[in-house]
Every structure is written in structure tokens, then in C-alpha cells.
Design a protein around this ligand. Structure first.
Ligand SMILES: Cc1ncc(COP(=O)(O)O)c(C=O)c1O
Length: 366
């Protein structure tokens, strides 16, 4: 089956004598004991099982574990490592997970932040005790593209585990397990949920091994699992993921082309632009360039905030991947863990009409 079909049919497992077409929400916290029935909702729940099944199939993995948020999914990976493991993480990565590594795992894990787009730098930062390479591609907020196959090859040769945060790509545009990664992570809050109304995270593994058992223990015993209702919403949303992602990609390309020619825009970061440093790699590794782009406005932080405030269709809000366009000046939200240029603006291009979005940018940017 192709992703469009997988998304509709594997997210919907009906086991009900009334034969509803759509899988109902199973709110029960506990189940009558039986051979195949779930035991207790923290351990497993029919809606969560469907979400894990569809994500496993979309990524071509062996199993998936769903969490309450993307950060909880990331945390499960870091918690599953032996104490004082050394990990490599990207210098450009989601600041919330960067903060998690620096604050929650301070003294528990050794973290080195490296430019993941520079293979030499990755190779030279590997030590004998490096146990994990965490990638994020395209990255947040500079939309940089990492060569997953090349880094996984280096890691495999040295017995190092690889995990890719593929939130910006979605399983529709990129499948890191097929490029050699051991695990993929998504914040389901973003494109998979797609409507800015549900939070979630998921890990998908290439193989079931001891490390995966650790992850399942963190999920089931740690208990940061998504509710049945969250899983129901995510299964409903994933059904339209392919079509939404196509529209996000088309609109982001149109907006990137417009911004690139704008006299008040210094630089646009979007791998779909032929002169973007990630373009060649994205053409090789991805099936589309995604709905996320960033740009540097020619003006200080106050002028940038003023331009953003004039927009009518783009909400000035954090998060991404919803049907509605969002925009924000990154430095304003990143706090002390961020290192963004003061006039860097990140845009989550929604699926409104591209012409309307460009018209709105035109009146706001001047
Ligand atoms: C690339 C990336 N990974 C992970 C996360 C964390 O996801 P959540 O907010 O669902 O915890 C985010 C959130 O913005 C993100 O952009």
C-alpha cells in the first residue's frame, strides 16, 4: 500500500459489533481480562494501538511508541541511554529539546552540539564513548538539511545509535529508517495533527531490541502516554496528511520565491530554493521540501515585530504544521537556549490560497 492508503486504513481498526466505519474512542481505563484485550490504558489502548500501527507503516519501521508530546518522545530516548553516555546533537535544533538536554540531563549525559551538515565535523566529534547521534532534518529554525544516510553510515561503522527528529519532513516527505537510521521521532503536534488542536509525539524503531524495550518501559512505566482522545484526533488527522503536505509544500515554495525577491528580505532559508545550501541533498533525500521556511528581515528586532504585527492571515504564534499559517520572530520565543539572529522570522506556511498569503505579506512587509 502507498502512504495515502496506509494513512486511511491502518489508522482505523474497528473491533465493535455495531460495525462503525470510524474507530470509536475507547475511553475505558481498564478492560475485562481476555486473551487479546488490552489490560489497562497506560499500558495499551485501542486508539493508541491504531496510531502506533499507522506510524510504523508510514515510516517502514518495526514498531512505534506514542507519547503525550514530542518532547516526551525525545526524553524517552535520552532516558533510555546508560548514565553519562555521550551524545552528538545538532547545533541547529528545536530549542525545547536542546534545553531538555542542557537542563534536565545536566550531569547525566554528555552532549556535544555539532554542525550536522558538516560530515567531517560530525566524524571528528565522535569519541570512543559516543553512544547516540541525534539528527533533526530539516532543522528548526534554519531549515538545514542533514545527510542522514552519510551520518548513519559513519555511526554504524562505530556501533553508534542514530535517531532522526523528522518533524519538519513528516513520513510523507522523508523516511529516515530507509536511509539507515535506527529510530525516527515526530512531534505529532505539528503536521501529523495538522490542525493546531492536539499534542503528541512518537518514536518509530527499525528493529525491536533491548534499547526499544527500554523505550517501551519509559512509555508504559513512565506514563507520559497520549490520551485515547488525543490518539483518536491524530488518527483522524493522519488520514489527510499526504494531501495537506502537498499543499504545504506548494505554498511554501511560492512564499519562498516571493520572499527571495523582496528588497526588505536579506536571506531566505528554504531547501526548495535552488541556491539554498540544502537544495541538492533535499532533492536526493526528500520527496518535497516541506511547509517550513525562515527569513532574515532587513531591520532590527523592533522593525521585524512591527512588520509581523501588520499581517492579517498569518497568526503571530509559536508552533507549526497546522492548516493555518503561523509566523514568529524566533529570538523572541527561544529564551536563553536559543541562538537565533534577532531578525530571523520563522514561517509555518499553511494551506490557504498562496495568492492570499503573498498579498498579505506584501501589505505587511511593504
Ligand atoms: C522539530 C521539533 N521537534 C520536537 C518538538 C517538540 O514537540 P512538542 O511541542 O510536541 O513537545 C518541536 C516543537 O516545536 C519541534 O519543532
Amino acid at each position: 500500500m502507498k502512504p495515502e492508503t496506509i494513512a486511511i486504513h491502518l489508522s482505523n481498526r474497528v473491533n465493535d459489533t455495531d460495525k462503525p466505519v470510524v474507530q470509536p474512542i475507547s475511553l475505558s481505563t481498564t478492560y475485562e481480562h481476555g486473551d487479546d484485550s488490552p489490560i489497562y490504558s497506560r499500558i495499551s489502548n485501542p486508539n493508541r494501538t491504531s496510531l502506533e500501527a499507522v506510524m510504523t507503516a508510514l515510516e517502514g519501521g518495526a514498531d512505534a511508541a506514542a507519547f503525550a508530546t514530542g518532547n516526551a518522545a525525545g526524553m524517552a530516548v535520552f532516558q533510555s541511554l546508560p548514565a553519562h553516555s555521550r551524545i552528538l546533537a545538532p547545533s541547529d535544533m528545536y530549542h525545547g529539546l536542546r534545553s531538555q538536554l542542557l537542563k534536565v540531563f545536566k550531569g547525566k549525559l554528555e552532549v556535544a552540539f555539532v554542525d550536522m551538515t558538516d560530515i567531517q565535523s560530525v566524524a571528528s566529534n565522535i569519541h570512543k564513548d559516543t553512544s547516540l547521534i541525534w539528527m533533526e532534518t530539516p532543522s528548526n529554525p534554519l531549515i538545514r538539511v542533514t545527510d542522514v544516510a552519510a551520518i548513519c553510515q559513519i555511526a554504524k561503522d562505530k556501533g553508534i545509535r542514530t535517531v532522526v527528529d523528522s518533524t519538519f519532513a513528516t513520513p510523507i516527505l522523508q523516511n529516515p529508517l530507509l536511509l539507515g537510521a535506527d529510530m525516527v521521532m515526530h512531534s505529532n503536534t505539528k503536521f501529523i495533527g495538522g490542525h493546531s488542536d492536539v499534542m503528541g509525539g512518537v518514536l518509530i524503531t527499525a528493529k525491536i531490541d533491548d534499547f526499544w524495550e527500554n523505550i517501551r518501559n519509559v512509555q508504559v512505566l513512565g506514563g507520559a502516554s497520549p490520551s485515547a482522545f488525543d490518539c483518536y484526533l491524530l488518527c483522524r488527522s493522519v488520514k489527510t496528511l499526504s494531501y495537506r503536505v502537498k499543499a504545504h509544500c506548494e505554498n511554501a515554495m511560492a512564499v519562498a520565491n516571493y520572499l527571495e525577491r523582496h528588497p526588505l528580505v536579506d536571506r531566505v532559508y528554504y531547501p526548495g530554493l535552488p541556491n539554498d545550501e540544502g537544495n541538492l541533498l533535499a532533492c536526493k533525500q526528500m520527496k518535497g521540501f516541506g511547509g517550513m521556511l525562515s527569513f532574515i528581515y532587513k531591520g532590527d528586532s523592533k522593525a521585524t515585530d512591527r512588520a509581523i504585527a501588520k499581517l492579517k492571515l498569518f497568526s503571530n504564534a509559536t508552533s507549526l504544521g497546522g492548516v493555518e499559517s503561523l509566523i514568529e520572530r524566533r529570538a523572541k520565543v527561544e529564551g536563553d537556549a536559543g541562538n537565533s539572529h534577532p531578525s530571523l522570522v520563522r514561517v509555518s506556511v499553511g494551506i490557504e490560497h498562496a495568492g492570499d498569503l503573498i498579498e498579505d505579506l506584501e501589505q505587511a512587509l511593504g
